[in-house]
Design a protein around this ligand. Sequence first.
Ligand SMILES: *[C@@H]1O[C@H](CO)[C@@H](O)[C@H](O)[C@H]1NC(C)=O
Ligand SMILES: *[C@@H]1O[C@H](CO)[C@@H](O)[C@H](O)[C@H]1NC(C)=O
Ligand SMILES: *[C@@H]1O[C@H](CO)[C@@H](O)[C@H](O)[C@H]1NC(C)=O
Ligand SMILES: *[C@@H]1O[C@H](CO)[C@@H](O)[C@H](O)[C@H]1NC(C)=O
Ligand SMILES: *[C@@H]1O[C@H](CO)[C@@H](O)[C@H](O)[C@H]1NC(C)=O
Ligand SMILES: *[C@@H]1O[C@H](CO)[C@@H](O)[C@H](O)[C@H]1NC(C)=O
Ligand SMILES: *[C@@H]1O[C@H](CO)[C@@H](O)[C@H](O)[C@H]1NC(C)=O
Length: 389
Amino acid sequence: MLVTAVAAVTSLLALTAQAWPHRPYGPQPWGYFTNNTIWQPPGKETVSYPRYTELADGTIIATSALGGVSPGYFPIFESKDGGAHWTYISNLTDQVNGWGMSAQPALEVLSKPIGGYPAGTILGSGNSWSQNGTRIDLYASTDIGRTWHFVSHIANGTAPNTTNGAHPIWEPKLLQYEDVVVAYYSDQRDPLHGQKLSHQVSYDLKSWGPVVNDVALPLYEARPGMTNIAFIAPIKKWILVHETPIGNSSSYGVNYPVHYVMADTPLEFGLNEDIPLVVNNQTAPNASPYVVWSPLGGEYGTIVVSDADRMQVFTNQCGGDRNEWEIHETPAGAVYSRAIQIFKKRPDHLAIYGGNTYDDSAADVHKPFSITVVNLLQVLKAPQGVIPA
Ligand SMILES: *[C@@H]1O[C@H](CO)[C@@H](O)[C@H](O)[C@H]1NC(C)=O
Ligand SMILES: *[C@@H]1O[C@H](CO)[C@@H](O)[C@H](O)[C@H]1NC(C)=O
Ligand SMILES: *[C@@H]1O[C@H](CO)[C@@H](O)[C@H](O)[C@H]1NC(C)=O
Ligand SMILES: *[C@@H]1O[C@H](CO)[C@@H](O)[C@H](O)[C@H]1NC(C)=O
Ligand SMILES: *[C@@H]1O[C@H](CO)[C@@H](O)[C@H](O)[C@H]1NC(C)=O
Ligand SMILES: *[C@@H]1O[C@H](CO)[C@@H](O)[C@H](O)[C@H]1NC(C)=O
Ligand SMILES: *[C@@H]1O[C@H](CO)[C@@H](O)[C@H](O)[C@H]1NC(C)=O
């Protein structure tokens, strides 16, 4: 018996060896992996504030802000296999201001035509700044990110300055919704608010409608910032997450507590309550949040939120119920404005983009632009303190 069993195993091994003559090392297409390098900047550049858009065929187009280069630009990368392999395809550069694409990139693929641009067009934005102003501009690529051209100025403000009373704008987020494209951003131009969250819509990508408030808190010193948005399909609600520093005050031990607002459409956040995101009345995410939703994890699927300071993610399997937030370990590092992604056709794949924390960049650390992909269901199952394999 034993001999037979050993022989059977041996022949199975032989078959396996034949089928895969080279044992696969490194990240596999559509696999799970940790800290897979997308790009190691060759020089003094620092990578933070990663962003991506997923095309209809699953291709990912990703970018990040670059510190340490002037004028700034956004390096554009493409992966066709779930983040295992990447190609550096272009740079999105400032073509109109002479100021560079300084920081805070945004990407959004069109799922249907608008303003003469076909479905599949990739929109790019960011904050172009100098001592003369801050400008959120729109660019488009009709060749899958190989080349870019300027489309319109969306909004502008005065020079970068985070002191209340100065009037810059920051941190665009683009979203195609029904027959408009929405540009969300952080806005210091309203004398009633140190900073608020605003949006404007366009029906043609060239002209932009009036400034509409998304989150404008009664306290002047409150500085809601860094809008990010996801759709929760089973309850047909949109969620906007943002950071909320108020002077030097601390809330649940953090200075940039993450809050969220839920609304029936992504144009009506301003009508709804702003809710602090807190786990067990105890733990709160801090700064520059990112939100995604997966249909897996129960009747309501799972909302997943990342912050700037933690390896963990915050999850909610109850449609955003304020009492149902959890915190779960991941193997990925903290990053300033850490983007996360649920692959549309593989909703158990949670991708977490890597780069520098805010402090890393200040300390001249040069972490690579990277991606970690984990199984969301494993993340949800892992007890606190245990990093899922
Ligand atoms: C992007 O710009 C950098 C800096 O100018 C340059 O070294 C690099 O070759 C460019 N890459 C692409 C793909 O255009
Ligand atoms: C800022 O504006 C001044 C006055 O118009 C001009 O001389 C200067 O070149 C501008 N600087 C930049 C970086 O655009
Ligand atoms: C913003 O753009 C408008 C229209 O071009 C211009 O009148 C205004 O001076 C600009 N504001 C700043 C702060 O650059
Ligand atoms: C930043 O804005 C504040 C408030 O308006 C102003 O007092 C300060 O001079 C500005 N800083 C710079 C460097 O312009
Ligand atoms: C925050 O604290 C710093 C350092 O103590 C202080 O200089 C600053 O004025 C404080 N800011 C506010 C808004 O209280
Ligand atoms: C949350 O914690 C605070 C401070 O410990 C306490 O006063 C409050 O009652 C708690 N709230 C809930 C809902 O448990
Ligand atoms: C991945 O990178 C992060 C950030 O540098 C680091 O904290 C973590 O230990 C790395 N994980 C592995 C498995 O290398």
